[in-house]
Design a protein around this ligand. Structure first.
Ligand code: ARG
Ligand code: GLU
Length: 722
């Protein structure tokens, strides 16, 4: 009896929270349809992915190659995140017409704004091409020979396809190289900005609230796909027409309740779910802490100066947001891995793996080999982390030397004419660099970050000019004497004749330190790292196959690799720590609770305040009388899933994915249903802002708004009458 009830509890628990997995759309029928339907989905796998008829996948786009977007009208209207449209919104903004600050809503098709270089990509068909791509590969072959054969097979496969400029086939490895899939794609290159809320809505809470629940960000923007006269893909042309999709997502006005089925359809970037315990331990104890420490120091310095001076604030805002984004993510990841005993869980799995592997000659002794390799790589891998975060990122004067260095090598190898060409390119990069640079801040970052490097990097991997030196003196010398601390001095160097300029560069103290460090990495670190990493990768390929062979009862999904995936879960709050429970939803009232007048993160737009004061919510409020803003789900997502639609049991849009809770960002290495949650903007908040705040009724009119739940309730009432 007791066993039965434990089993029952376990099933309920699993049913409530099953959210792990980034599944391949063309395999849903075989792998997931039943589970999805058991969780409440009313659709068939064929409604989600079909090559024969319009299906949900025809509404999903890879947005610019880095985010996801979805078509939400018959006129090619595309919804994505504000932070995905950010650069394009910024590119149309000036101090006079500040769309970033004030928002932008085009009043007609004519006013929609073209974006150079922006594209969206649809997936037409997915095909398993493993046998073609692996043709000729025999078991004993070296990794290098294997890769050469695979590259040749891919080239041959692509050559057979007659593709034009807009159609392509992408071939990607899955399951650590055990399988290859082909994605047939079509791209549209005329994508125009239709509308965006002001930053105080689209980025409400900015860095303080980033990765955090409770969340109140209206992180959305709207674009439109334009096509040629016959709806065909086309480059930008003024006379292009709004694109007619084969499917678009209706938008639900009914909102969500705890436990509702949710599905996220998009392009997750990268996960590593099948690593051995020792690898996860290194992420948690070595790699994340190293990267966090450097960024922590750099961010503290930036923050100090940004708070003192509004000009600095603007200058450093973009840089700060980018660095803070993953800094915060890694903190959550390391803590989450600890909290959920990820390493212990992996070790437990490995014990069972070993038991089964011992009965199978193919995979005996695999795990000990892994442990030895990871021990070999640990130190150099950590040194690489410091190198990539310190001189290659956060100490910007040293990073800038990567831009300057090609001038020297070009002059030495190709002569003055090529140097002059290269110089033009370098000057453009310098303009962009100095726009967001203050030597005073960088000087202080150098001191703090170098202290960390000297403390943590073993001496043999440190440039000799740094060992046992007074860092402050060194900083004074470098920042006092370098010619690259501002644009004028840098320009003065580059205005000299090539031979003289190169000589000046070579004797610049910043250049000398950066070069010494670079060479040291090349000589002492890369040889060990590259060879060991290649061995780890080929062993991971075998380990992946071994896991699949030895655990036939388990369902495996491939790691994310920027290809189209479906993940499904439920609307669900969670318990981040003892004594604290997070509700699954937030409301406009919470925006007002967080409101700090004229704060750069928590200011509230006057029009939104006005709507709030008048409770002018139209049909977008829920039963609490307030407008829902964000909600949580147990869907397994990662970077790249930004802008992905949250879809209900019937195929309607209920929300827009834009973040995860930081307690659960370890889902990239080890999804745990207890604390892994994705964060979505509620579709009703998006509609409320478009309709009531922006007054962009023409956009509401072109969408298809639906009431799936109300219909059901009505039907029940009618049934009850008879
Ligand atoms: N954390 C989200 C993601 O990983 C949102 C990032 C954009 N927002 C920001 N404040 N940096 O991309
Ligand atoms: N904000 C992320 C993105 O830009 C999504 C959050 C995550 O990493 O899950 O894709």
């Amino acid at each position: 009896m007791r066993i039965l009830s434990t089993l029952l509890l376990l099933t309920i628990y699993l049913q409530t929270y099953a959210g792990e997995g980034m599944w391949l759309p063309h395999l849903l029928k075989a792998m997931n349809e039943k589970d999805m339907q058991a969780m409440g989905m009313k659709l068939k796998a064929e409604d989600i992915y079909s090559v024969n008829k319009g299906s949900l996948k025809d509404a999903i786009v890879h947005f610019g190659g880095f985010c996801t977007g979805e078509v939400i009208s018959a006129q090619g209207l595309v919804l994505t995140n504000h932070h995905c449209g950010y650069d394009n919104i910024l590119s149309h903004s000036t101090l006079e017409k500040n769309y970033m600050k004030n928002g932008f809503w085009s009043k007609s098709l004519k006013e929609e704004l073209p974006n150079k270089g922006l594209f969206v990509k649809f997936i037409e068909k997915i095909e398993d091409v493993t046998s073609q791509i692996m043709a000729g590969i025999s078991p004993g072959i070296s990794l290098k020979e294997r890769q050469i054969l695979i590259d040749a097979n891919i080239a041959k496969f692509k050559a057979q396809m007659k593709m034009d400029k807009f159609h392509a086939v992408d071939i990607k490895p899955f399951f650590a190289g055990n399988q290859y899939l082909a994605f047939y794609t079509v791209s549209y290159n005329d994508i125009r900005l239709v509308g965006t809320p002001p930053e105080s809505i689209g980025k409400f809470g900015a860095d303080t609230d980033n990765w955090v629940w409770p969340r109140h960000t209206g992180d959305f923007s709207l674009f439109r796909i334009y096509a040629g006269p016959n709806n065909e893909p086309a480059d930008y042309a003024e006379n292009n027409k709004p694109f007619t999709p084969s499917h678009f997502l209706p938008v639900s006005l009914d909102g969500v309740e705890e436990g509702d089925f949710t599905m996220i359809f998009g392009f997750p970037g990268r996960t590593d779910e099948y690593l051995p315990a020792i690898a996860v331990e290194q992420v948690m104890d070595v790699s994340d802490p190293a990267k966090i420490a450097v960024r922590d120091a750099a961010l503290k310095v930036m923050d100090k100066y940004m708070r003192k001076d509004p000009v600095t604030k603007l200058k450093y805002a973009g840089k700060f947001a980018t660095i803070a984004n993953y800094w915060k993510k890694w903190i959550g990841e390391a803590e989450g891995l600890k909290k959920t005993n990820a390493v212990y869980k992996k070790l437990k799995f490995e014990k069972e793996f070993e038991r089964r592997a011992n009965l199978d000659t193919r995979y005996k002794g695999l795990l000990p080999r892994f442990n030895a390799l990871y021990e070999d790589i640990e130190e150099v891998s950590m040194v690489r982390d410091y190198f990539s975060e310190a001189p290659n990122r956060n100490i910007e004067l040293l990073r800038l030397m990567n831009t300057i260095r090609p001038l020297v090598s070009t002059f030495e190898n190709n002569g003055a004419a090529d140097y002059e060409k290269m110089k033009l390119r370098v000057l453009t990069s310098l303009e962009a660099f100095y726009k967001e640079y203050a030597a005073e801040i960088d000087h202080e970052i150098f001191e703090r970050v170098m202290e960390i490097c000297v403390q943590n990097i073993p001496a043999k991997y440190l440039p000799t000019s740094v060992i046992d030196k007074d860092i402050q003196q060194m900083a004074l010398k470098i920042y006092g004497q370098s010619n690259f601390t501002d644009m004028d001095k840098a320009k003065a160097v580059l205005s000299k004749n090539p031979a003289e300029a190169v000589k000046m560069i070579q004797s610049d103290p910043a250049f000398m330190l950066a070069n010494e460090w670079n060479d040291l990495m090349k000589i002492e670190v890369s040889p060990i790292y590259d060879i060991t990493k290649a061995k780890i990768d080929s062993l991971q390929m075998i380990y992946m196959k071994a896991q699949m062979d030895l655990f036939p009862e388990k369902k495996f999904y491939p790691d994310a690799n920027s290809t189209l995936r479906v993940t499904f879960g439920k609307v669900s709050g969670f318990k981040p720590k003892d004594g604290l429970i997070y509700d699954h939803t937030t409301h406009l009232d919470g925006v007002i609770e967080k409101y700090i007048p004229s704060d750069y993160e928590f200011d509230v737009d006057p029009k939104l305040l006005d709507l709030y004061n008048k409770k002018d919510y139209g049909p977008y409020a829920d039963e609490t009388g307030s407008v829902p803003v964000c909600f949580l789900g147990s869907n397994h997502t990662t970077g790249g899933n930004s802008g992905s639609p949250a879809i209900d049991a019937n195929g309607n849009l209920i929300g827009l994915n834009f973040d995860r809770v930081w307690e659960g960002t370890m889902s990239d290495n080890n999804y745990d249903p207890s604390i892994c949650r994705n964060i979505m903007v509620d579709a009703r908040y998006i509609l409320f802002i478009i309709d009531k705040h922006a007054g962009a009724n023409r956009l509401i009119d072109e969408m298809k708004l639906v009431h799936p739940k109300k219909k059901k309730k009505k039907k029940k009432q009618v049934e009850a009458m008879y």
